[in-house]
Design a protein around this ligand. Structure first.
Ligand code: FMN
Length: 420
């Protein structure tokens, strides 16, 4: 059991960095992790360990993956500027969000089915986030339950909601998360319809898993993953299932139709989400609500007017609407519309600490990160995810140093260069 006591953190170089992180027992050494020096290395190691069907589900985008590539291009085309002659020997990467501290301006994005990349993967990710001093967001389609995550010691826990057509079921889930002590609610609004991800069909991957030759052969070719993930689930009660979804066949869950694209999660999502839903959620959820998947300034303004504390600008990591704009492209507009009135969080494509600096320089309060933590978890559970977060934090602090920022609020539009 983790032990949250003292208030100091050591980064990988051994330097005391943040006053907000409890000290946890040491992590198990891992030789694969020792050979990883950045998120790209973790991705490569994850690719080797996972069956192709699982890796592609985590890693890829939708349709032609234009949005997926665009996310990286958007970060890479923004340049950084040195600021010289500033004493940056005592940089402080911590911020306060919703009245509570975080070690640096990054929270773990909700990623459904993370429990398939490692045994109890969501718990491992939540532990890594607590260890790193950043919030963890549990997705509605998770393998581990709200209560299992609530039991993880320390850390901040946020909950993501996919609103189902059966509103009563969703409201009960939201109440359950609130009662369990979750702090922030992310209402995902960018998934009204099922995205087109052909590789899942080609690979025979679906959740719940329907056994088929292609996927089983793929899994059999990855015996370490098969034994350590599926084997352990099997020994402890059966194959992984979605913890919060009603049993198939009940409550209007659509059965997969043979000729239709098979969804990775049961088709229980509401395609009829509207602003009225926020009002009802406001009655149940007393903490901050963030609307996730916003691209239009008018939607951001409306979200604040309807009682949300902020928005998450996101294209779902390039996994939903292909050729969607990148979050950075629309961030300045949304900043002009709701800056000072609501929190702005950005995600999709963050792979380096410098990307966080760029998002903040353009007006974001913080970023979410999805795949980096999944790559890390796939390689070594909590230790791998923690390493991913430490890479991002160290790189963030490095860029703060080059750009003359002693504290996060020093990051400004002068920190970046957008070209003439
Ligand atoms: C495997 C995977 C599963 C995801 N599942 C969810 C989900 O259940 N709910 C949600 O709102 N977003 C989900 N997302 C989107 C993330 O919350 C986030 O927007 C995205 O991963 C950010 O892009 P990045 O992976 O480049 O950091 C998922 C992303 C991935 C990669």
């Amino acid at each position: 059991m983790n032990q949250a006591v003292v208030i100091e953190d050591k980064d990988i170089a051994g330097k005391a960095t943040s006053p907000v992180v409890p000290v946890f027992p040491p992590l198990q050494p891992n030789r694969t992790l020792d050979r990883c020096y950045n998120i790209a290395d973790l991705r490569e190691a994850a690719q080797k360990r996972l069956p192709r069907c699982v890796f592609e589900f985590f890693d890829r985008g939708s349709e032609d993956e234009v949005a997926l590539r665009g996310n990286r291009e958007a970060f890479q085309k923004i340049k950084l500027r040195n600021k010289v002659m500033v004493d940056v020997s005592k940089r402080d990467a911590s911020i306060s969000l919703f009245g509570k501290p975080m070690a640096f301006p990054l929270a773990v994005a909700p990623t459904g089915v993370a429990g398939v990349c490692w045994y109890n993967g969501e718990v491992e990710l939540a532990r890594a986030a607590a260890r790193a001093g950043i919030p963890f967001t549990l997705a509605t389609p998770s393998v581990q339950s709200i209560e299992q995550i609530a039991a993880v010691e320390g850390g901040r826990k946020w909950f993501q909601l996919y609103m189902w057509r059966e509103r009563d079921l969703s409201h009960a889930l939201v109440k359950r998360a609130w009662d369990a002590g979750f702090e922030v609610l992310l209402l995902t609004a960018d998934t009204a319809v099922a995205p087109v991800r052909e590789y899942n069909r080609r690979n025979g991957f679906s959740m719940p898993f329907v056994p088929n030759f292609t996927a089983l052969a793929d899994m059999a070719a990855h015996p370490t993953w098969l034994a350590s993930v599926m084997g352990r689930y099997w020994m402890n009660g059966g194959l992984p299932k979605l913890a919060h979804y009603p049993k198939e066949g009940g409550h209007g869950v659509a059965q997969p139709q043979p000729k239709q694209p098979r969804s990775v999660v049961p088709n229980l999502r509401g395609d009829n989400l509207t602003w009225d839903d926020i009002k009802r959620l406001r009655d149940i959820w007393k903490g901050p609500i963030l609307l996730k998947g916003v691209h239009l300034a008018e939607d951001a303004e409306r979200a604040i007017a309807e009682g949300c504390e902020g928005v998450i600008i996101s294209n779902h990591g390039g996994r939903n609407l292909d050729t969607a704009v990148s979050s950075l492209d629309v961030l300045p507009d949304i900043k002009s519309a709701i800056g000072g009135k609501g929190t702005i969080i950005v995600d999709s494509g963050v792979r380096r600490g410098g990307d966080i600096v760029k998002a903040l320089a353009l007006g974001a309060d913080a970023v979410l990160s999805g795949r980096p933590g999944l790559y890390g978890t796939s390689v070594a559970g909590e230790a791998g995810a923690y390493k991913a977060f430490q890479f991002l934090k160290n790189e963030f602090e490095t860029v703060m140093g080059f750009t003359g920022c002693q504290k996060v609020s020093d990051i400004s539009d002068k920190t970046i260069w957008m070209g003439k």
